[in-house]
Design a protein around this ligand. Structure first.
Ligand code: AMP
Length: 423
């Protein structure tokens, strides 16, 4: 019978890779702590309406990528394609704004989008998200970008560069949208079929289409930066100055419009050359209108999402994480020895010492091989005969030195020797 395979675009992350993911997550969590962010954990399923209302009906995600189904009670539900909508929903539902004027959240977990799978693009992928609520200030945007830069530096991703843009606000964007729409009308024939549609439903999106013909045709398109009102221009200038003060080099990218409807003012991406076409490791921006659009009070907000799968692929080419290995392996021979060995092992594990043993009835040779494979630094050899004689043997796998230890002192001796070895 053929073995069942995972779903297309859904991948397994196996031991060997998980250590790298954990290392990245630990670095991120530590930086979040320093920057004043707290963790929030939310459901993977939300009502479909939440995403339709927040992300926008005319976005690729809502139009064609969501995993949506009716549950047995007839409710229309969606596997979250991104985290922001759910975080805003929870923020409003629990009236967190009434507890404190400012909230800084992070969350790490899977997202689901039915995109065409390719390297760096999956149907289930993970993100590290951060959101700041209650801060209209450009310094909040700058802090998010600096946090991303810090994480990339710590992880050794040296070619990561912030690309930034301003999308203006509901006051100044309509004029830009009009100018862009008339420009696009003039070059309509040169656009791909998706952009023919976007031209009418979501014209800004034509600017970030990756099809070469569309890029060429839109080279002379109007740029948002020429349409910003004075508040938006000041906001953008402050973000830029804050980055420059920290020595961060960045690119101002007129095409950075991003796919989600709720962005205003600052928008940014962290790009790298390491992944070919999927060059964005993180993206984000300001979404001041979203809380209000979802029926809550008008609360400014800004945030980002890091693509953890892509980040892990890049970091994986730069460094190998230290794989965990037991400090001690216990090789037991015979039932009685195994029983005693298991008692010692349990005591060591409980005390926080990384130790392991073979539970089955295997030869000494095969157990030594296994100890070697696991990378144990020491092996305790416990045979029936040794037990009867009242001493067992501790072998140092590097120096090959062997020491006899009296049975009644084994537990204490091992505790003392291994408790502070970091195992
Ligand atoms: P977005 O939520 O679309 O702004 O995406 C934020 C980040 O998530 C991107 O910069 C990517 O690194 C990552 N990402 C988005 N979609 C996918 C996907 N289908 N597979 C893997 N990573 C993704």
């Amino acid at each position: 019978m053929a073995i069942l395979q995972s779903i297309k675009g859904f991948k397994d992350i196996l031991p060997g890779e998980t250590e790298l993911w954990q290392a990245i997550e630990e670095e991120a969590k530590s930086i979040f702590r320093h920057f004043g962010f707290r963790e929030i954990r939310l459901p993977l399923l939300e009502k479909t309406e939440l995403f339709a209302r927040s992300i926008g009906e005319s976005t690729d995600i809502v139009e064609k990528e969501m995993y949506t189904f009716q549950d047995r009670g007839g409710d229309l539900l969606t596997m979250r394609p991104e985290a922001t909508a759910g975080i805003v929903r929870a923020y409003l539902q629990h009236k967190l704004y009434a507890r404190d004027a400012v909230h800084k959240f992070y969350t790490i977990g899977p997202m689901f989008r039915r995109e065409r799978p390719q390297k760096g693009r999956y149907r289930q992928f993970s993100q590290i998200n951060a959101e700041i609520f209650g801060q209209a200030s450009p310094y909040a945007d700058a802090q998010l970008i600096l946090l991303l830069v810090r994480l990339m530096t710590v992880l050794g991703v040296s070619d990561a560069e912030p690309h930034i843009n301003s999308l203006g606000c509901p006051q100044c964007r309509p004029a830009f949208r009009d100018a862009l729409t008339s420009f696009l009308e003039g070059i309509s024939d040169a656009l791909c079929s998706d952009c023919q549609r976007r031209r009418v439903t979501n014209p800004l999106r034509v600017l970030d289409c990756k099809v070469p013909g569309c890029r060429e045709a839109t080279t002379g398109a109007p740029a948002l930066k020429d349409y910003l009102c004075s508040e938006c221009r000041d906001h953008f200038d402050t973000v830029r100055r804050a980055l420059e003060d920290q020595g961060v080099t960045y690119t101002v990218d007129d095409r950075l419009v991003r796919g989600l409807d709720y962005y205003v003012r600052t928008t940014f991406e962290i790009q790298t050359g390491a992944l070919g076409a999927q060059n964005a490791i993180a993206g984000g921006g300001r979404y001041d209108g979203l809380a209000g659009a979802l029926g809550g009070p008008d609360i400014p907000a800004t945030g980002f999402a890091i693509g953890l799968d892509r980040l892990a692929e890049i970091v994986g080419t730069l460094r190998r994480p230290a794989l965990p290995h037991p400090t001690l392996f216990i090789a037991a021979l015979g039932d009685q020895a195994r029983h005693q060995a298991f008692a010692w092992l349990s005591r060591l594990n409980t005390a926080g010492i990384a130790a392991d043993m073979e539970f089955g009835d295997k030869s000494l040779k095969s157990q030594m091989k296994r100890a070697d494979k696991l990378g144990a630094s020491h092996v305790l050899i416990v045979g029936e005969q040794e037990l009867e004689q009242g001493a067992v043997t501790l072998r140092d796998m590097t120096s090959r030195e062997q020491t006899d230890i009296p049975v009644d002192t084994v537990a204490d001796r091992l505790m003392k020797q291994f408790l502070n070895t970091g195992g």
